[in-house]
Design a protein around this ligand. Structure first.
Ligand code: CTP
Length: 470
């Protein structure tokens, strides 16, 4: 079959004719070809494989491209990269060995196209289109990748045990592709992943996290976490989540399975936001429940302070996975810490002061927090479902009203410490803190509005109470 239409970009003609001049066979392969057949938006990373030296081909191609871009050579990997017109072209020589990016051994470029294809991860990633003039656009698919694409199957070209031990990251890639594309991992492959799961430990955390991000950014992330659970990769990657799985029963009382609940929450939030870190927050919002679980004879199952414990666990988890310990992590911590606040609100009568406190504590992230809490509604009882949703609507409405009136979100004390010091002729002292705190409390409680005059009056009264003189 010929598929010229996939490679209309002029760069492909240039690569093909250069390869002809060097008497090399060359192909475009991997994600670009897969995504063309899937009708997905075209990737900017383009993998070119030459039967011979990929580096030599890259150098010759770069000379013909406009602007004569630089060629970045990675000798150890036997690859060369050229950037041109927003595309990243990666050249490699066909090889008999596997595609290990972290391999220390020098790569030997000694394979045929088929050797190269069978050393790739999945049949759907081993599709190649010829770029040489004579055969321009011809598809080479010796492992039935097209058929797997049509059937929606993730399958390895070789025995799965070989493919996965060549590069254990592929276990995560299999799960990631299955999640992104809503494909099924072939049973043999799934078994091999289960058998080889402990080998994931040799893979760098950064690469694992890349895959986790991609799973989380999929339309239905639960599929990926379900597969990680089924193959037990979860044990090594997110043991905190694994610990949430299971239902215990004491004296006839059960708690819900917090693992499956969490996955529902993640799918819910994926339907409403593309904020990766908010999706992380959804994934981790209940992790404090495993270590805090207790059975109390009077009240049944409790998870006392799980939000606080969970937010502390976020730090350890991010650190272990070498994720950024910056404001992103702090955001996730804050979401986890506050994850029950709006729920408590929505169960009771919603007062203005409770809403003001919520806005005060959540600050600029109050909408994100509401989004998380709405996603957290997984009750199957339609009556309760409706009640919670309506209450959340009310909370959102009140947030807007209260904010218009009181501007709590980026709260700045209407009376400064300096003003207090001047008024009462004070040196820095604890009284200043007491008065400031009292003013803030009065505003949040709705005793006074958030404005200078009222706050100044309140300060005078409070000063009197403390026995201060003007
Ligand atoms: N590959 C592989 N084994 C890996 C990584 C990559 O065999 N562990 C091969 C696959 O043929 C893959 C190609 O190298 O298609 C390019 O890899 P990469 O750019 O990481 O992924 P893509 O398939 O392009 O997909 P995506 O951009 O979605 O990550």
């Amino acid at each position: 079959m010929n598929h010229k239409e996939a490679i209309q970009h002029k760069v492909f003609k240039i690569i093909g004719s250069t390869a002809d001049e060097l008497s090399l066979e060359c192909y475009v392969i991997g994600g670009f070809v897969r995504d063309y057949f899937l009708g997905r938006s075209q990737v900017k990373d383009i993998d070119i494989v030459a039967i011979g030296s990929g580096i030599e081909l890259a150098r010759a191609v770069a000379k013909k491209l406009s602007g004569k871009p630089e060629v970045k050579v990675f000798k150890n990997f036997g690859t060369a990269m050229v950037k041109s017109e927003g595309l990243e072209l990666e050249f490699v020589g066909a090889r008999k060995e596997s595609y290990r990016r972290d391999s220390r051994k020098p790569i030997v470029e000694d394979g045929s196209l088929k050797d190269d294809q069978e050393r790739r991860d999945f049949t759907i990633n081993a599709l190649a289109l010829s770029l040489n003039k004579e055969t321009f656009g011809d598809l080479l698919d010796p492992f039935q990748g097209i058929s797997d694409l049509n059937k929606g199957i993730i399958r390895t070209p070789l025995e799965p045990g070989i493919t996965y031990s060549d590069d254990p990251l592929r276990m995560m890639r299999a799960i990631r592709f299955a999640t992104q594309l809503n494909f099924t991992i072939e049973l043999k492959s799934l078994r091999a992943i289960t058998e080889n799961k402990d080998r994931i430990q040799i893979i760098s955390k950064e690469r694992i996290v890349d895959e986790l991000h991609k799973i989380l950014m999929s339309e239905k992330p639960s599929k990926g976490f379900e597969l990680m659970h089924k193959t037990d990769l979860l044990r090594y990657i997110l043991p905190e989540l694994k610990a949430l799985q299971g239902i215990e029963e004491v004296e006839g009382q059960k708690h819900k399975d917090n693992f499956w609940h969490t996955l529902e929450v993640v799918d819910n939030i994926a339907a409403t936001t593309n904020n990766l870190w908010l999706r992380w927050a959804a994934l981790l919002h209940d992790i404090g429940k495993a270590p805090t679980k207790r059975f109390d004879k009077k009240i049944g199952w409790t998870f006392h302070a799980h939000e606080f414990v969970g937010s502390k666990m976020v730090y350890k988890l991010f650190k272990r996975l070498k994720m950024p310990l910056n404001e992103k992590m702090k955001f996730v911590q804050k979401m986890v810490l506050m994850s029950s606040r709006p729920i408590i609100l929505s169960e009771a009568h919603v007062t203005d002061s409770a809403v003001r406190r919520l806005v005060f504590d959540a600050g600029e992230f109050v909408e994100d927090l509401m989004t998380l809490c709405e996603a957290d509604i997984t009750t199957k009882n339609p009556k309760k479902q409706r009640k919670y949703k309506n209450n959340f609507k009310l909370v959102r409405q009140k947030i807007i009203e209260v904010e218009e009136r009181d501007r709590i979100r980026n709260f700045q004390p209407p009376v400064t410490g300096e003003e207090i010091m001047k008024t009462f002729d004070l040196k820095p002292s604890k009284e200043i803190g007491i008065i400031k705190e009292a003013i803030k409390e009065a505003i949040l409680e709705g005793v006074i509005p958030n404005e200078h005059r009222a706050a100044h009056e309140f300060m005078l009264e409070k000063g009197k109470e403390l026995g201060l003189k003007k």
